[in-house]
Ligand binder design. Structure first.
Ligand SMILES: NC(=O)C1=CN([C@@H]2O[C@H](COP(=O)(O)OP(=O)(O)OC[C@H]3O[C@@H](n4cnc5c(N)ncnc54)[C@H](O)[C@@H]3O)[C@@H](O)[C@H]2O)C=CC1
Ligand SMILES: O=C(O)CCC(=O)C(=O)O
Length: 527
């Protein structure tokens, strides 16, 4: 398959005529051919109209047909072969094993949602049978199932060109829910986006899904992304990116005549608390492992450990020595885009220039377009006075907050904004101290982990990749794992509908063979 620079609007694949977008080789800054045509407002309107027109047909496709559709997308992505891997490496600067791994994860996510559909539990079918003789009033027959919200807009992420982009977790969960998807490609990887978009398009055709189930737009101007969120036919938004971008889209969505939810994953610095027993037992080893997580993917993970919190003493000194030793050997790493690289350098310079901050160590300096790792330290009392030190430095940089005692640890955690993850490093002897901060961590983060770091999110049923603002726009949700489908569903209650008018999920005969909550009790389908 050759990259043509073309957008996909329903069945039509053609070049947009509103400006151009070029892919950029992350390592060199060179333009990559071809030019991608930007969408016009008319293109945007057509994609949204087709998505709206497709909605009622697409959402009524059977669970099995939608599951096969998702699996076909995964097969079509794999069939793109090395062309996808090479283009993605060039555009992102990420190495082959990472891109191949991310491709596997993307296919795995699509297959996970195929399983979710076959299971049917996401429909949350509930039946409270009528009680005509109840006193003082009879109860009507009440039945509930989840239905999809409508067409969904997805903004591809720069830092996960496959797993959080065109056919990434947002798209997979929305399509699984029964929502048509309009993707706004990230200009950091247009070639990758087109290839994956063509794979989804091929799957739409092979599986006989309605035109408008999927569209992919490139945008040479902000107005297209803004217009997508503002379009009345769009009913929810999935986004991964900056806090500025995410909150701008949240405002647009909230100011619509019909406001809609924006599921934006934005900034997080992922605090790591080091307890005394763990520091004493293995301070240097934790320091080394921390640098491994910090520098993974040039630090361009929203789960990157950007804040270490610990009580001063020999254990913390050992941690700092271990981290310093590993960090000074860390090579400068190619970053995703020139813009992200310069934003990182600016963020690091601001922290380095902060009056209360000192440098612990820096990684190796590199050529242009490469990020240099860095570790800073600050006292707890200065940290809580300096909200700006909580700004995400999107790259391999972190700050150690040095506390005098456990009470200061609590005051630092209390001062934190919402986070995707919080990690604690402990031994058995630290359990009591850890128990004392766990309720506070639950208030701050969507995932709490022990003796590890948050990078490398498992795609699973019990995963939460979300958290209170500003880590996400809505801390009641996750963008990774099977629960991500909930973002694109809403419950409908059917009162006193005759069996013939009920959806299959709620018919007396249970033709879908679902587990259902009958009068409050989970009930197995009859064999
Ligand atoms: N925490 C995280 O997960 C991530 C954070 N970032 C942060 O964001 C910075 C920029 O990276 P990007 O990926 O380009 O994020 P971004 O937020 O600038 O852009 C993400 C997407 O949203 C669109 N967008 C942004 N603002 C918009 C607006 N006002 N109206 C319409 N569309 C808009 C962009 O065109 C792009 O498609 C990074 O330097 C980093 O600081 C980036 C990626 C992930
Ligand atoms: O660590 C991961 O696997 C996911 C991280 C993520 O969602 C992000 O960096 O945007």
């Amino acid at each position: 398959m050759t990259i043509q620079g073309e957008q996909i609007i329903g069945q039509a694949i053609s070049k947009g005529g509103q400006g151009t977008v070029y892919g950029i080789a992350a390592a060199t800054g060179e333009k990559l051919e071809p030019a991608f045509g930007g969408a016009s407002k008319a293109d945007l309107g057509r994609a949204c109209a087709l998505a709206d027109a497709a909605f009622d047909t697409y959402r009524e496709t059977s669970l099995e047909d939608r599951a096969r559709f998702l699996e076909t997308i995964a097969d079509e992505i794999l069939a793109l072969g090395d062309e996808l891997v090479e283009r993605c490496m060039a555009e992102s600067g990420l190495p082959r094993p990472r891109i191949e791994g991310e491709r596997g994860r993307t296919m795995g996510q699509l297959r996970l949602f195929a399983g979710v559909l076959r299971d049917g539990g996401y429909l949350d079918a509930r039946i409270d049978p009528a009680m005509p003789d109840r006193q003082p009033l009879p109860r009507p027959d009440l039945r509930l199932r989840n239905v999809p919200v409508g067409p969904v807009a997805v903004f591809g992420a720069s830092n996960f060109p496959l797993a959080f982009s065109v056919a990434g977790g947002d798209t997979a969960s929305a399509l699984a829910a029964g929502c048509p998807v309009v993707v706004k490609a990230h200009s950091a990887h247009p070639g990758t986006s087109e290839l994956v978009g063509r794979a989804v398009h091929a799957a739409v055709e092979k599986c006989g899904m309605p035109e408008g189930t999927f569209s992919l737009l490139f945008a040479a101007e902000r107005a297209i992304g803004e217009g997508l969120v503002a379009d009345h036919r769009i009913k929810a938004v999935g986004f991964t990116g900056s806090r500025t971008g995410g909150t701008a889209l949240m405002k647009i969505a909230a100011n619509r005549p019909e406001p809609i939810p924006v599921y934006a994953e934005m900034s997080s610095i992922n605090p790591v608390l080091l307890f005394l027993g763990a520091l004493k037992e293995r301070g240097a080893a934790i320091g080394k492992a921390f640098v491994g997580s910090l520098t993974l993917g040039a630090g361009q993970f929203c789960t990157n450990p950007g804040l270490i919190i610990a009580v001063e003493g020999e254990g913390l000194d050992a941690f700092l020595r271990g981290a310093e030793e590993a960090l000074v050997a860390a090579p400068a790493a190619v970053m995703l885009t020139p813009g992200i690289c310069s934003a990182y350098a600016k963020g690091v310079a601001a922290v380095e220039g902060h009056a209360s901050v000192s440098v612990v160590a820096k990684g190796q300096a590199g050529e242009t377009l490469r990020g240099q790792a860095a570790l800073f330290r600050v006292s707890a009392s200065d940290f809580v006075k300096s909200a700006e030190l909580q700004d995400e430095m999107f790259g391999s940089a972190s700050i150690v907050v040095v506390c005098r005692d456990a009470a200061e640890i609590k005051s630092v955690v209390s001062a934190l904004e919402g986070q995707l993850t919080a990690a604690i490093h402990i031994t058995e002897g630290d359990h009591e101290a850890a128990r004392a901060v766990l309720p506070l961590l639950e208030r701050k983060a969507g995932r709490i982990l022990v003796n590890g770091f948050g990078t490398g999110v498992e795609v699973a049923h019990a995963m939460v990749h979300g958290g209170p603002y500003p880590s996400t726009a809505d801390g009641r949700s996750t963008s990774v794992g099977s629960k991500a489908i909930d973002r694109f569903l809403r419950p409908v209650c059917y009162q006193d509908l005759p069996d013939g008018l009920l959806p299959d999920a709620l018919k007396d005969a249970n033709p879908l063979g679902l587990w259902r909550r009958m009068d409050g009790k989970m009930t197995a389908p009859k064999a």
